[in-house]
Design a protein around this ligand. Structure first.
Ligand SMILES: Nc1nc2c(ncn2[C@@H]2O[C@H](COP(=O)(O)OP(=O)(O)OP(=O)(O)O)[C@@H](O)[C@H]2O)c(=O)[nH]1
Ligand SMILES: [Mg+2]
Length: 450
């Protein structure tokens, strides 16, 4: 793969003390030299040079440091230069203009990383992790992106592919001899065992997506309960922000209000919902429908109960039923008021006063404890990307057809076809069979300069 044009872009966000202009491509060194007061084309690789950027009339525009990289030992795999300038937007734009005048082109979003992928510096799943790393907001999502970028996922995929190829070659060998009647080189129980191993790993990866996605976007925690129980008050204290309107009028919250918050390096997405009761109008009815929709999507349910009031059995039933398979925490609120002992034993229990701030640490500790059971260890591979999840789900379906085919003693060429499809989907993840359109689409979501 060779690229013929030289691209440039500002790689840093506005507002910093230093701004970096990145240049990459066959003419990177000569093009940059022509706007500087010294020639960097003969600088050794990985060297740093102090120089001046000049205007067309020879005035000094800025004092900069130029980092010089030679192909293939650079991020993109091409000759590259990074100019560390003073962070003025005027200076940075001017440097870009000068580079455009001598024939460099403005880089598209993600084009530096796309070139890195095209030059074999990383596979596609690693390139995608670069965007995740930049977007990571918590210790946990940072760790997942870092593991993927450093090739943890790629290694697991290549092990799977090797096993699949081994299976295919056993069957293909048999097909080559199929003229000779009933030869069966490949011992069926051995094939089935290999397919089972592959299927087991794929199932684990597919299932890891739920956790991976939650870690990236924030673990969804729905706050539900009767009207006036203090859900919005709780949301506000958890977020330490007056995000939702609080009032003593039942039915205050009618829509979903949500925001994220990091606790001990884990991002949580707290979702306040409309209180559950018999709706008084069509809008409240829609709001309550949304409550159940959010409840369905949540991983953890905070069921807020006004401890000073008798429990509404109808609400209780609906929440317990809808929380099946999730972590349900009963949050007995308003414990600053005399309590009305409510009988209900579902889920975990914590007593708080959202208004006075009692019991919040205990609630947060409970949330962290529940989540930490699902947080993967540092070298465990977790799928975080929708595209990877879809490809893996297709691959899993293919390997399940292979297992079925072996059990039903189908002829080798049928089984081989499913195996090839399975390999195809795995190859798609690392970008070996990915079409240009898909590539363009993936990198178009990156920022410019990356
Ligand atoms: N005494 C006491 N009052 C509280 C506590 N938490 C909330 N409240 C009060 O209870 C009332 C209702 O609070 P909200 O947070 O609006 O309740 P909600 O569950 O969001 O109500 P809806 O949005 O109507 O479903 C307000 O007057 C709050 O000040 C608490 O811990 N103790
Ligand atoms: Mg509310």
């Amino acid at each position: 793969m060779t690229t013929t044009d030289t691209i440039c872009a500002i790689a840093t966000a506005p507002g910093g003390a230093i701004g970096i202009v990145r240049v990459s491509g066959p003419d990177a060194l000569s093009a940059t030299s022509s706007i500087l007061d010294r020639d960097i084309t003969s600088c050794p690789p990985y060297s740093l040079r102090y120089c001046h950027v000049l205007t067309p009339t020879g005035e000094v525009l800025d004092e900069v440091m130029a980092s010089v990289y030679h192909a293939p030992h650079s991020y993109t795999g091409e000759d590259s230069v990074e100019l560390s300038c003073h962070g003025s937007q005027y200076i940075l734009q001017h440097v870009l203009q000068r580079l455009f005048q001598i024939g460099c082109r403005s880089a598209n979003p993600g084009e530096f990383t796309m070139r890195a992928f095209l030059h074999g510096k990383m596979d596609l799943s690693q390139a995608e992790a670069v965007a995740d790393l930049i977007a990571s907001q918590s210790k946990a999502s940072h760790r997942l992106a870092m593991n993927q970028m450093r090739g943890g996922f790629s290694k697991q995929l290549s092990e799977l592919r090797n096993q699949l190829l081994q299976l295919t070659s056993l069957l293909e060998l048999e097909l080559d001899f199929s003229d000779h009647e009933d030869v069966e080189f490949a011992d069926r129980s051995q094939l089935r065992q290999l397919a089972d191993t592959i299927q087991h790993v794929m199932t684990r990866l597919v299932e890891s997506f739920q956790t991976g996605n939650a870690i990236r976007q924030g673990i969804p925690v729905a706050i539900v309960g009767d009207t006036n129980a203090g859900k919005s008050t709780l949301l506000n204290v958890l977020l330490n922000d007056e995000k939702a309107i609080v009032s003593d009028i039942p039915g205050t919250t009618r829509d979903v209000v949500e925001d994220t918050m990091t606790l001990n390096g884990i991002l949580f997405r707290f979702i306040d919902t409309a209180g559950i009761r018999k709706a008084t109008d069509a809008i409240e009815h829609l709001g309550i429908e949304r409550t159940f929709h959010q409840l369905e999507r949540a991983q953890i349910v905070l069921w807020v109960i006004d401890g000073s009031q008798p429990l509404n059995n109808d609400t209780a039933d609906r929440i317990v039923r809808a929380s099946h398979g999730k972590t349900l925490i009963r949050v007995i609120n308003k414990s600053d008021l005399p309590s009305c002992n409510n009988p209900c034993n579902e889920g975990l229990l914590v007593r708080i006063s959202a208004k006075q701030g009692y019991g919040l640490h205990q609630l947060q500790a409970m949330l962290l404890h529940e989540v930490s059971r699902h947080i993967p260890s540092s070298n465990e591979v977790v799928v975080t990307n929708q595209r990877h999840y879809e490809a893996l789900s297709h691959a899993l379906a293919s390997i399940q057809r292979v297992q079925e085919g072996i059990d039903r003693q189908l002829s080798g060429d049928f089984v081989c076809e499913d195996l090839r499809q399975c390999i195809f989907h795995l190859s798609d993840i690392v970008g070996e069979v990915t079409t240009d359109d898909v590539l363009q689409n993936i990198f178009s979501h990156f920022c410019i300069g990356k």
